[in-house]
Design a protein around this ligand. Structure first.
Ligand code: SF4
Ligand code: SF4
Length: 238
């Protein structure tokens, strides 16, 4: 899940040039779950823009549960289903994450796009109205040694070997209202009967795997992951 929040309307209207006709695009998956860009919010945004005097060519949202970052689906939606409206548009306002924004750009062969949301993190949908971050997408997972809890994400200093010594009553020294990530890891390992994992030294991470942009190409027998670390071929057949 990519968590997103809508930008303030005045910031959005500030992006638009006088007379610019905009088509609003929403995402039926993550943005819908965040109530930042599902069908109701996309239609609502079109109306709010009209009230602000913006010319709106129309709006569209992928079906419920369908992500806006699926190029083939977005191409069909914008270039076939809504072709009459999108042809009149000078630009697209995207109520979705940055992946959705780029997908619309590709689908419209370089159309002008405006971000309608801020993409804040990738997280777990704990309940329908609560999403929280457990992974920072670092490209080299070490949670085998931390009971499944990510120190990169849960520790305010992203310490690979913790705790830092500043925790008090299980709370983080950076923010006393938050649990210390390493306290959580300690408690979890204790519960699992694997406290010896705390004694293992974690070597620095290969941050070139965290370099952007990264890509993943799927092939029949596996995949190829590309980053600054080079190309890594993953086989599912060995
Ligand atoms: S170690 Fe990296 S990949 Fe694993 S959960 Fe943490 S951020 Fe995500
Ligand atoms: S108190 Fe805990 S969570 Fe906070 S920085 Fe130190 S080790 Fe990390």
């Amino acid at each position: 899940m990519h968590a997103t929040i809508q930008k303030p309307i005045d910031e959005i209207t500030g992006y638009l040039r006088p007379g610019e006709k905009v088509f609003v695009v929403g995402c039926g998956n993550c943005a819908a779950k965040c109530h930042s860009g599902g069908a109701p919010e996309t239609e609502e945004m079109a109306e709010r823009l009209k009230k602000k005097g913006v010319e709106v060519a129309g709006w569209a949202c992928t079906d419920s549960g369908v992500s806006l970052c699926k190029l083939a689906i977005v191409k069909k939606m914008l270039n076939e289903t809504y072709q009459t409206e999108t042809e009149k548009a000078d630009s697209f306002l995207i109520l979705a994450c940055g992946q959705g924004i780029h997908t619309v750009m590709d689908a419209t062969e370089g159309g002008m796009v405006h971000p309608g949301c801020d993409t804040i993190f990738g997280g777990e949908t704990v309940t329908d109205d609560f999403i929280t971050e457990y992974c920072s997408l670092c490209g080299e997972c070490i949670v085998e040694y931390t009971g499944g809890l990510c120190p990169v994400t849960l520790c305010a200093k992203s310490l690979l070997n913790g705790p830092c010594g500043g925790a008090k009553d299980g709370k983080c020294e950076v923010d006393r209202t938050r649990d210390c990530g390493w306290q959580l890891i300690y408690d979890r390992l204790k519960e699992l009967g694997r406290l010896e994992e705390m004694d293992k030294y974690q070597t620095p991470k290969n941050n070139s795997r965290w370099s952007r942009p990264r890509s993943l190409t799927m092939v029949e027998s596996g995949a190829t992951f590309k980053s600054l670390a080079g190309e890594l071929s993953i086989s599912r057949k060995d």
